[in-house]
Design a protein around this ligand. Structure first.
Ligand code: NAI
Length: 279
């Protein structure tokens, strides 16, 4: 039996993941605004530190894994909350939990990104940069320069930033070198209360007309299977990867954008990184 912390455990994909892990015999410490083991508001510094402390208490300082699914969609008027929960609600918790993840010796982390990170055209780079620098207010202001696109840009920028944070962090000695395998799961349109809310908002037409080559929407239980897999020994040799599960939307829009060719001018940087790599 393993012990997993799951944020967003009261709804949608977080709940489906928690249910699946419990059904497999594991112990789940859920964190959400209600209806789970630890009730904490991840949009505030106090809520995040309380979530860290209460989780470590319940887990006795040792976590086999964590699933960071709490998040908000691109809801107008909630831009600040989007940044706080989608970004700081991941980073602050993981930084606080790192010693417990390292204590397990072989732990796994799954962070929920989104295919919005790579399918939303025009997200201001300055917003992503501000988020990565920890300045959520500035990031929200930059993402909101074109007011009509503010919620979509804030959402996408929060997911780009959290994905980049995972990729940069996962491969460092403090994480990969401490037996922690951290990766991103990037879903497309998945039937959950979050998507239902978008379908009842002015975004309805945009969501319905977004191309999904395999058709329809994904189901939370399908994503929960990917979460379980990414927490399993199958992920022992995986760090900083982004697994896109989106019915083909991302490939439809960007078939040739990945794999990205490495230009010759990158060679000096590669050599520097090779030399500084600590074995
Ligand atoms: P959901 O709305 O069903 O569940 C999200 C959970 O996060 C809720 O239980 C909510 O209470 C919790 N949460 C929100 N704010 C919180 C706060 N301040 N403190 C603590 N908990 C809070 O959403 P869903 O769809 O299951 O989303 C899970 C993750 O997947 C999110 O990060 C979302 O951005 C991402 N995602 C969702 C997609 C979709 O189509 N449903 C597509 C791509 C990514």
């Amino acid at each position: 039996m393993a012990v997993y912390a799951v944020t967003g455990a009261a709804s949608g994909m977080g709940k489906a993941s928690a249910d699946r892990l419990r059904a497999a015999g594991h112990r789940v410490i859920g964190i959400d605004l209600k209806d789970t083991e630890i009730v904490a508001d991840l949009s505030t510094p106090q809520g995040r530190s309380e979530a860290v402390r209460a989780t470590l208490d319940r887990a006795d300082g040792r976590l086999d894994g964590a699933v960071l699914a709490a998040g908000l969609g691109p809801t107008p008027g909630k831009e600040k909350l989007i940044a706080q929960v989608n970004l700081l609600g991941v980073i602050d918790l993981l930084v606080g939990w790192r010693p417990a993840l390292a204590a397990a010796g072989n732990s796994k982390v799954v962070v929920f990104g989104s295919n919005s990170a790579t399918t939303t055209p025009g997200v201001p780079n300055s917003a992503v940069k501000a988020f990565l620098a920890g300045d959520t207010d500035k990031g929200v202001a930059r993402a909101g320069r074109i007011p009509a696109s503010g919620p979509a840009f804030t959402y996408a920028a929060s997911k780009i930033a959290v994905t980049r944070w995972v990729r940069r962090t996962a491969v460092t000695p403090r994480w990969a070198g401490s037996g922690i395998r951290m990766n991103v799961l990037a879903p497309g349109a998945i039937s959950t209360p979050l998507l239902d809310a978008q379908l009842e908002s002015p975004l309805k037409r945009a969501v319905e007309s977004f191309p999904v080559p395999v058709g329809g929407f994904g189901q939370a239980e399908q994503i929960a299977q990917w979460v379980e897999f990414m927490l399993s020994p199958a992920a022992d040799f995986m760090a900083g990867s982004v697994v896109v599960v989106d019915g083909g939307t991302e490939a439809y829009f960007r078939p040739d954008d990945w794999p990205v060719r490495v230009p010759f001018r990158a060679i000096p940087g590669y050599l520097r990184k090779m030399r500084s790599f600590a074995r």
